[in-house]
Structures are given as C-alpha cells and as structure tokens.
Design a protein around this ligand. Structure first.
Ligand code: INI
Length: 170
C-alpha cells in the first residue's frame, strides 16, 4: 500500500511502500514457554495468551506449551522451539518480581537478552511476555487485573510480527 508522507505543514513529500501486520492467525503453529516461578501469575498469563490466540484464529491443536523452572531458563527452550520446522513463533511468559535481592536484575536482564538472541538466531519471532515488576500486586495487575493481561498482549504481538515477516519473505 502506498501511504503519502507529509511534512509538518501537510505537504506531501513522497509515497512510501508500507507493510503492517494483519491480525489473522489461521494455520500458524505457536510455541509457548512458561515459567513455573511465580505461577500464581504465569498461569494467568498463559490463560490470556491461549485465549487471545484462539480469538485470533489459532487452533489449540497448533499450540505447544513448554514449562520451565524460571524466566532464566526461557531463552534456551525458546530457541529450541523456534528452531523447529513445525513452530512459526514463540511466546515466552514469566514473572520476575524484584523483592529484596539483586537476583531480579540478573534474571530479568538475561531473560530479555537471551530471548532477543533466540529471535535473531532463529529468524522467528520470540515474544517477551515476561513481567518485570517491583511487587506481586503490580504483577497481578498485569496478569488480568487492572492493567490488562500481558500474556494476551504477547499473543497479539506474535501474530502481528509474523504477518510482517511473512510479507517480507521473498
Ligand atoms: N525466576 C522467575 O521467573 N521470576 C523470579 O522472580 C525469580 N526470582 O526472583 O528469583 C526467578 N528466579 C529463578 C530463575 O529464573 C532460575 O530458575 C534459577 O536462578 C535457576 O537457574
């Protein structure tokens, strides 16, 4: 689609080709990596992700869930999933809650870096659906209470990103 690019005064500068993701997901195969740590939260994120995928047209038969001990273990399993021919993209779900120790920073930072690497190494979307919060209450808010469900958002993000990548595939 050609979209006119305008300057601050509304003058048309050029026409650019624009690609944007559609939210249609029929036929895609999804891997979900879910951390058992803080499973009060991650169970809810998983429910949100699966529900959202179904609404977008993904059959439950096309979803594979792998549980890992904690967010730190998510990248290696996400990478293994992403490297499979029968998986189109991966959603990673977890809850890293700061608490009183510096463990949080290591776990959250390495999970984020590792998941990005899994995506770039595999060339498939690996979605960061890991909550990083100061408190349990903030995590609950983002797992279906006051501030939506990060798992459901992660599912939408996966479908949109896959759609963009497919349009770029030669
Ligand atoms: N794992 C989490 O997923 N969330 C946390 O909040 C967390 N904290 O706070 O420690 C956590 N730690 C475990 C970690 O992911 C690994 O499983 C563990 O370090 C073994 O490698």
């Amino acid at each position: 689609m050609k979209t006119p690019v305008v300057d601050g005064r509304g003058r048309i500068l050029s026409s650019v080709k624009t690609i944007s993701g559609a939210l249609t997901a029929e036929g895609i195969n999804v891997g979900i990596v879910c951390g058992r740590f803080n499973d009060l939260i991650t169970d809810r994120l998983l429910d949100g992700a699966v529900d959202s995928l179904q609404r977008l047209g993904v059959s439950p038969d096309n979803v594979t869930v792998a549980w890992v001990p904690g967010a730190f273990e998510a990248p290696v399993v996400a990478r293994a999933m992403a490297n499979r021919d029968d998986i189109d993209g991966v959603i990673c779900l977890g809850a890293v809650i700061r608490g009183a120790t510096s463990h949080y920073d290591f776990v959250a930072g390495q999970a984020a870096a590792g998941l990005q690497r899994a995506a770039l190494d595999s060339g498939k979307p690996v979605i960061f659906g890991i909550l990083t919060t100061d408190t349990l209450e903030q995590a609950l808010d983002r797992a279906g209470a006051k501030v939506g469900n990060k798992g459901a958002e992660a599912a939408v993000t996966l479908v949109e990103t896959l759609s963009v990548l497919r349009q770029l595939d030669p």
